[in-house]
Design a protein around this ligand. Structure first.
Ligand code: ADP
Ligand code: MG
Length: 613
């Protein structure tokens, strides 16, 4: 009881019932507020929901132990997403249960009329999303006249999601004498401005300094070959066997794709994306909470602010586009002092970008390879050995059959059958390709400023056994070795050293690849044999034959890129020039020697941008 000193007894009772032993720092801090406005920042997972629940109590109860009958709402809490609003509703319901409070929710995607009926019956506290609350206010179904307090929860996320106008509308509709509490993980200028406009003498509380942010989260950056991204996720999921894991994708299409793939692989998965109905989303989250599902695949918007108490693992299937998203995603785990892992899947070539992302987020990550198939199996074995099932003594009613089993098959066979069964019940880990040790975009050893030239043969004369490939782009599409090579390395999981000569034609490019690496190159680019932007790759038998008069490279099946890409020549302007420069028959030399690039080839007027990884 002493840990909850200074709290309204009814709420202290609820906290105890819930099994809380101590308040988090931000919760302790709000107890000092009395009736003051406040702008509170604390890292994700620090318990801000209960904090504002506690902060509201003096204003709403005014010294009483219980609420009177519900009528016009006394407090309004605004949260960025439906899930979050429902989560807040649930938290306030248990926290305020002993006070007899009615907590109602108004969230987008639910039936407006049934919400209206609930409001008509009366509520002490209303929780909702900005758009829906605004609708209710506009239609006069939400009476704001008796509000004593308004809370903006996850204020930074609400502004990120573009709710500024709705929030201002809501705040303007509330009585001037109300209390305004703002809770946020971060306080960017936009929040400070909003606070200035709508709060009076607000107390600024900042609990859990920025530098302490995400201390309970272990960041791992996992370097993978581009085509191995999904296999790497499978191994990470298998390695950690988290009670709950959240996999982030950048698009709904990617969510659908991964959900289907993992379902087929025997993972218990649910999807969370904006295209699902509210009902489907609630079901998905409930499945995660009660253990029917272990893996949730989600887009950023769908997963904002979600609190899954057993979330031990966050995987960034697609790299987040900015540091804030990285922090928000990762903050779903490592909550309230629990440990979590946040794993970034970093394909070849995205390392620099990832390093920048981590640095801008102020995070340190361990760079590593994803768990290999062997690592996963080893971990499985450790789990089997440590299984608490082995601690339970044999029960009397089991003994007879156990003896019979041992007599018939012997201990070794019984153990073998048991182990096989354990393994069969789990999805097999994937064999991952080794990531080539060095490519231009990869890390240079400390202190090394420049590429290690000595490792790459400077001349291609003695390139050795090789296989030729044809790519379905050429000069006409403004192909250039300076971006073709990094793309081949990245997508084909090879390094510069394995690339020999590059011979560019009008509509086709021939690339020589070291024989030992040819199969692996093909495997890496995947069964559709396409590089980035629909560039079709074909393996040639022998050397490309360019001695035929009037050689015409086969037309690509498809135009390599839609839209403006750096290498797309402005066709009208350059076509005549190219046609005049058609290589005469017999000009082609045998394909030895340094690659020779037609000096007048690709037009120089369009500088290729650095291509996205
Ligand atoms: P935030 O809004 O700061 O990101 P939440 O309010 O969602 O964090 O709380 C994170 C988790 O911590 C929730 O599961 C919540 O139930 C739990 N929690 C909050 N306060 C306490 C406490 N005093 N003791 C133990 N767990 C707590
Ligand atoms: Mg919160």
């Amino acid at each position: 009881m002493s840990n909850f000193e200074g709290i309204v007894p009814a709420l202290a009772e609820a906290l105890e019932k819930r099994g809380y032993v101590e308040l988090t720092p931000v919760q302790k801090a709000v107890l000092e507020l009395g009736e003051a406005d406040a702008l509170v920042s604390a890292q994700t997972g620090s318990g801000k929901t209960v904090a504002f629940g506690l902060a509201l109590a003096p204003t709403l109860l005014g010294g009483a132990e219980r609420f009177g009958p519900a009528g016009v709402p006394l407090a309004l809490a605004v949260a960025p997403t439906r899930e979050l609003a429902l989560q807040v509703t649930r938290e306030l319901q248990w926290l305020y249960a002993p006070t007899g409070a009615t907590v109602a929710s108004c969230v987008g995607g639910m039936d407006m009329r049934s919400e209206r009926r609930v409001l008509e019956r009366g509520a002490h506290i209303v929780v909702g999303t900005p758009g829906r609350l605004r609708d209710h206010i506009t239609r006069n179904s939400l009476d704001m006249s008796a509000l004593k307090a308004v809370v903006l929860d996850e204020a930074d996320e609400m502004l990120d999601l573009g709710f500024r106008e709705d929030l201002e509308f809501i705040l303007d509709a509330a009585p001037a004498q109300r209390r305004t509490l703002m809770f946020s993980a971060t306080v960017p200028r936009s929040i400070a401005t909003l606070a200035q406009g709508y709060q009076r003498d607000a107390v600024r509380i900042s609990a859990g300094g920025e530098e302490k942010q995400h201390l309970d989260i272990e960041y791992r950056a996992l370097n993978v070959a581009y085509p191995d991204r999904e296999n790497a996720i499978i191994n990470v999921l298998r390695f950690y066997e988290a009670k709950n894991a959240l996999v982030f994708c950048n698009t709904r299409a990617a969510v659908n794709h991964l959900t289907a793939r993992f379902n087929n692989r025997n993972f218990s998965v649910v999807a969370l994306s904006g295209e699902l109905s509210q009902n489907e989303r609630s079901h998905a989250l409930q499945a995660m909470r009660d253990g029917r599902a272990k893996v949730c695949i989600a887009t950023d918007v769908a997963a904002r602010g979600i609190d899954l108490p057993n979330l031990e693992l966050v995987i960034h299937a697609d790299l987040p586009t900015n540091p804030e998203t990285l922090l928000h995603r990762s903050g779903r785990t490592g909550r309230a002092g629990r440990k979590g892992v946040s794993a970034l899947i970093v394909p070849n070539g995205a390392r620099k970008r990832t390093e920048r992302l981590l640095q801008n987020a102020g995070l340190k990550a361990t760079w590593a390879s994803p768990p290999s198939a062997d690592d996963v199996i080893k971990r499985d074995d450790e789990r089997i050995l440590a299984d608490p099932a082995f601690d339970e003594p044999v029960a009397d009613d089991e003994r007879g059959f156990i003896d019979a089993l041992l007599a018939k098959h012997g201990a070794e066979q019984v153990a073998a059958a048991f182990v096989r069964q354990c393994r069969a019940s789990r999805s097999a880990p994937e064999d991952l390709m080794d990531v080539a040790p060095f490519t231009p975009s990869r890390e240079k050893p400390a202190g090394e400023k420049f590429e290690r030239r000595d490792e790459a043969p400077s001349r291609r004369d003695d390139f050795g056994d090789s296989v030729w490939f044809s790519l379905s782009i050429g000069r006409r599409q403004n192909a250039e070795p300076r971006w073709l090579i990094p793309m081949l390395c990245r997508t084909g999981n090879i390094s510069k050293r394995e690339i020999g000569a590059i011979k560019m034609q009008q509509e086709e490019t021939f690339v020589q690849i070291a024989a030992d690496w040819a199969d692996r190159f093909l495997a890496a680019i995947g069964p559709d044999k396409k590089l980035q932007g629909n560039i079709v790759v074909k393996r040639l038998d022998g050397t490309p034959d360019l001695s035929r008069a009037g050689y015409q490279a086969p037309k690509p099946d498809k135009k390599p890129h839609r839209g403006k890409r750096p290498f797309e020549a402005p066709q009208t302007a350059h076509k005549p020039k190219f046609e005049k420069r058609e290589r005469p028959a017999g000009d082609a030399k045998p394909w030895a020697g340094k690659p020779k690039f037609d000096k007048a080839g690709p037009p120089k007027n369009k500088k290729p941008k650095k291509r996205p990884g």
